[in-house]
Design a protein around this ligand. Structure first.
Ligand SMILES: [Zn+2]
Length: 119
């Protein structure tokens, strides 16, 4: 009994390690607030539509779907960025890396202030 529980725990730890990288603790409220704050694609500024959740630090590099790592991205940016490191990708796309990072920091501060009140 104890042994099987240990084995189970170990298997679930392994599973968690494997799935750990796609942990998604972003709530619908947070996602709505993120979209409202950016008002379009975080990278190219394409407005509206149905933006996708993009991890600024890609999941493959240890990023997660969390409030401080998700931005709205249009389908085109999301597909193009994929697993690339964000600043290198922005530079390659000739997008304004500095503007993005400054906006990212400002949006994060905003979100924390807004959502902090809710939580
Ligand atoms: Zn875009």
């Amino acid at each position: 009994m104890a042994v099987s529980r240990t084995r189970q725990a170990r298997a679930s730890r392994r599973r968690r390690r494997r799935l750990g990288k796609v942990v998604n603790d972003l709530t619908d409220v947070q996602w709505a607030a993120i979209q409202a704050a950016w008002g379009g694609c975080a990278y190219c500024g394409a407005p509206g539509g149905r933006p996708q959740r993009d991890c600024v630090l890609p999941v493959s590099r240890g990023g997660r779907y969390t409030l401080d790592n998700v931005v709205p991205a249009c389908a085109s940016c999301n597909a193009s960025k994929c697993n690339d490191e964000v600043t290198a990708w922005l530079r390659r796309k000739k997008l304004d890396e500095r503007a993005f990072l400054e906006r990212f920091v400002a949006v994060q501060a905003d979100l924390r202030a807004t959502l902090g009140a809710v939580a």
